[in-house]
Design a protein around this ligand. Structure first.
Ligand SMILES: Cc1cc2nc3c(=O)[nH]c(=O)nc-3n(C[C@H](O)[C@H](O)[C@H](O)COP(=O)(O)OP(=O)(O)OC[C@H]3O[C@@H](n4cnc5c(N)ncnc54)[C@H](O)[C@@H]3O)c2cc1C
Length: 402
């Protein structure tokens, strides 16, 4: 049976669009499918570590910013429930390297536009229902477009269909998400002209956290992550819950005082996805489809773009050798582990402190006063330094000694 494409990429978020661009630039016929039409909104904190800008430059994606330049934000103020703050400013070799913020509706549409310019065949409004499998190898996808059933065959499928990946579930690669179930809620606000935000802010409280990211055009992204049972217990509309949450926290309320909400509240949940492994013969998972933990440390897009770079490397070699089985694709899993596992360990540690406010209260002033561990943590969270530095026993001991 002839193939419709060399590669079918399912999901045109940052991970899928970038995979498609890189593979099309290598000369492959790539079909990029999304169930939605772009521009489309995506609930997100819209705050990207400095490592994202670096990655976009390295991968030749920076022209995605040509119409709407991102806003540069030199760091993040983390505020413990007790009110203690820690200003996290990103640096590399003593130089400031800012994070960037941009609306996902813009960024994602620009990346899809770049994919088209790179020769990718983009199919919007097409929902993938299942992988096609022959001899225990994925050979394409079955999809629906309007009321039409469509079958697309390819040499390789890339699953970039987000944290509820249809492909990961159909292939038995998905694992149950972590408990407790959490939701993400976000909206845009107008930033007060007289009091612009110099840094992002992350307000931690006993039941979750709320981030404020200053966006281009004098707007703010306000995104919170809360336990689903808290919303269910209150039995109120999401907008009421959102407002009450802000009202109940004096520092958060103060930060947003006088800022008017510009958009409805968008929600997403449950947050977090886990997988057994990021490949199956004939298929690779990338971005949130390959697992997503928590947005607190804001590395989802960084992982999506860097995952796409690895996908392109491994796919290119596998297709050249005509082997999309375990021998070629297992290398992808190893590469992901090498690139992401140390940052993941730092993120897990940070999550522990976020969940237990007393720990956060203990840690923040110590980190602020100790330049070695502070710099190592800022570098790791900004994706501009090797996360292993923060995990060295000597650094951890000096960070948290009384
Ligand atoms: C509340 C919240 C705040 C966050 N804040 C940040 C942040 O500040 N910074 C950061 O870096 N990350 C953040 N993240 C994480 C970030 O949003 C994700 O990591 C990122 O969107 C992953 O990109 P992706 O391309 O893998 O998936 P997505 O962006 O989710 O794209 C997946 C695409 O697949 C399509 N799709 C899904 N199913 C199908 C199907 N069956 N057929 C066809 N198409 C399909 C969807 O329409 C979608 O366009 C946040 C996440 C949440 C929940």
């Amino acid at each position: 049976m002839p193939e419709d494409a060399d590669i079918v990429v399912v999901g045109a978020g940052p991970a899928g669009a970038t995979s498609a661009i890189l593979l099309a630039r290598l000369g492959y016929h790539v079909v990029l499918i999304d169930r939605q039409h772009f521009p489309r909104p995506k609930p997100c904190g819209e705050y990207m570590s400095p490592g994202v800008e670096e990655t976009m430059r390295r991968l030749g994606l920076f022209s995605a910013f040509r119409q709407t330049p991102p806003r540069h934000v030199p760091g993040m103020r983390i505020i413990a429930p007790s009110g203690l703050p820690l200003e996290l400013r990103y640096q590399r070799l003593g130089n400031t390297c800012p994070a960037i913020t941009i609306d996902r509706i813009t960024l994602d549409a620009q990346l899809v536009g770049l994919a088209r310019e790179s020769g990718v065949e983009v199919r919007e409004g097409m929902r993938v229902r299942a992988p096609l499998i022959e001899n225990r190898t994925v050979t394409g996808v079955a999809a629906v477009s309007g009321d039409r059933e469509v079958t697309l065959r390819s040499r390789l499928v890339i699953g970039a269909d987000g944290s509820r990946s249809v492909l990961a579930r159909a292939l038995g690669l998905a694992r149950p998400a972590h408990w407790p179930v959490r939701l993400g809620l976000m909206a845009h606000y107008r930033e007060q002209e007289t009091a612009p935000f110099a840094l992002g802010e992350m307000h931690v409280s006993a039941g979750g956290y709320c981030g404020i990211a200053p966006l281009p055009g004098g707007r703010l992204n306000v995104a919170m992550v809360v336990r689903e049972d808290a919303l269910r217990r209150e039995r109120v509309r999401v907008a009421t819950f959102f407002d009450r949450w802000i009202e109940s926290q004096p520092r958060l309320r103060g930060a947003l005082a006088g800022s008017e909400r510009l958009t409805p509240i968008r929600g997403i949940g449950p947050i977090g996805s886990r997988i057994q492994r990021a490949w199956y013969p004939g298929l690779m998972l990338v971005g949130d489809a390959a697992g997503f933990f928590d947005p607190f440390t804001g590395e989802g897009i960084f992982r999506g773009l860097n995952g796409a770079e690895m996908v392109a490397d491994v796919a290119h070699l596998a297709l050249r050798r005509g082997d999309v089985g375990e021998r070629q694709l297992a290398r992808y899993q190893k590469m992901r582990r090498e690139r992401f596992s140390h940052k993941q360990a730092v993120t897990t540690l940070v999550q522990l402190f976020v969940r237990y406010p007393l720990l956060l209260h203990y840690a923040l002033p110590r980190l602020a006063a100790r330049p070695g561990p502070y710099g190592a943590l800022a570098g790791a969270l900004g994706d501009v330094a090797d996360a292993r530095e923060f995990l060295r026993p000597a650094v951890l001991v000096s960070a948290f000694l009384p």
